[in-house]
Write a protein that binds this ligand. Structure first.
Ligand SMILES: NC(=O)C1=CN([C@@H]2O[C@H](COP(=O)(O)OP(=O)(O)OC[C@H]3O[C@@H](n4cnc5c(N)ncnc54)[C@H](OP(=O)(O)O)[C@@H]3O)[C@@H](O)[C@H]2O)C=CC1
Ligand SMILES: O=C(O)C1=N[C@H](C(=O)O)C[C@H](O)C1
Length: 249
């Protein structure tokens, strides 16, 4: 039996906040010590760790408040951060431990490794890379955080930064597709939980790697596992690859 810890939920009235609540309620080693949403006064001192699925703005404000007082640790699942917000989170992580991931599922975190592997072996001159994602109609950011992580993995496989390889969305008279770049496309429709596909296409063949989320509780279970992992870590910015031990030699 593991030691009991105190967890907060940020964005707790939202789809993911409710899913996290259910996962925590089913565990006997966690006390839910704070539920935080718009306008709530959060007593962070009650928490060893806060699990946050809200918005990029709200997550950054939470991280800065936690960094100022030296805790609690955070698990951040929100997506849609600007490069400036990413840099500010990195700064907050100098004072507290943060796990941040655009996707807490095991399958996607394995897919990231597969995409990097394929991108490294498929010559950029011959193989185009396209990342496609589909989500529910209420999602407010695009491309999804997961799509961007997959794009980053593909760029890393080609020893480059995604910022240098990312194509603008296709629209109108686009001209021919540039060689060696990574394209993104998004669908928003109905209640789709989360679909991601990475297509590697040459003139002769197409390799497709994909992941489907079947139930939102999947992300909540991963985030709670990350919370149990991060609450005793030193300050730093971690991701699910760290939590799952995929970075160990
Ligand atoms: N990493 C992962 O595995 C996953 C990440 N996500 C990401 O998590 C985030 C939330 O998704 P989802 O639950 O579907 O979204 P919802 O809109 O259902 O929930 C977001 C919640 O955050 C609240 N909120 C908004 N602004 C603030 C604020 N300033 N302070 C406190 N709370 C705030 C909202 O309140 P109100 O409704 O009143 O505005 C709402 O309750 C998104 O960025 C999404 O992309 C989602 C699934 C998995
Ligand atoms: O908003 C969502 O719902 C999801 N967001 C995450 C993302 O942006 O990748 C993860 C998941 O696909 C669901």
């Amino acid at each position: 039996m593991s030691a009991i810890f105190h967890a907060g939920i940020s964005g707790y009235r939202g789809r993911m906040g409710r899913a996290v609540s259910q996962v925590l309620d089913a565990r006997d080693d966690v006390v839910v010590a704070a539920r935080i949403d718009w306008g709530d006064e959060a007593d962070l001192s009650l928490c060893d760790v806060v699990i946050d699925f809200s918005t990029a703005d709200a997550s950054l404000a939470l991280a800065q408040a936690a960094a100022e007082r030296g805790g609690p640790a955070l698990v951040i699942g929100s997506t849609g951060f600007t490069p400036e917000q990413e840099a500010a989170l990195q700064q907050a992580a100098e004072r507290i431990a943060i796990v941040k991931s655009g996707n807490f599922s095991l399958g996607v975190n394995i897919l990231i490794g597969l995409v990097q592997h394929a991108a490294q072996r498929l010559d950029a001159q011959d193989w185009d890379i396209e990342v496609a994602e589909a989500h529910h109609r209420r999602k407010i950011d695009a491309p999804s955080g997961t799509a961007l992580m997959l794009g980053e993995a593909a760029a890393e496989g080609r020893f480059s930064d995604l910022a240098d390889l990312r194509l603008k969305p296709y629209d109108g008279i686009t001209g021919e597709r540039p060689v060696g770049k990574i394209g993104f496309s998004s669908i928003r429709a109905g209640g789709v939980i989360g679909e991601h596909t990475v297509m590697f296409a040459s003139e002769d063949e197409v390799l497709t790697l994909s992941h489907s989320a079947i139930d939102r509780s999947l992300f909540a279970k991963g985030a709670v596992a990350a919370a149990a992992w991060v609450r005793t870590r030193r300050p730093g910015l971690y991701d699910m690859q760290d939590v799952l031990g995929f970075r160990q030699a």
